[in-house]
Design a protein around this ligand. Structure first.
Ligand SMILES: [Zn+2]
Length: 71
């Protein structure tokens, strides 16, 4: 019988992407790049060297209200 000591690690939600500079699959850091009406633009950065690995839009309905207030 093998005891499953690594169970706690399986809950760790870290997204990994390939980094050309590190030549390895690295854990990414998420940085809020831009706030747009109804959505946020996030940038993925390499946690080792800080290289930009990609961007992602995430819808944020709360932002719609903020945009209306600003106008
Ligand atoms: Zn890197």
């Amino acid at each position: 019988m093998v005891t499953r000591q690594r169970d706690s690690f399986e809950n760790f939600e870290a997204s990994e992407l390939w980094c050309d500079r590190c030549k390895a699959s690295v854990v990414v850091r998420e940085r809020l790049l831009l706030i747009l009406p109804g959505k946020n633009l996030y940038e993925y950065l390499c946690s080792r060297c800080g290289n930009s690995l990609g961007k992602r839009y995430e819808s944020d309905p709360d932002n719609m209200n903020i945009a209306k207030i600003r106008r």
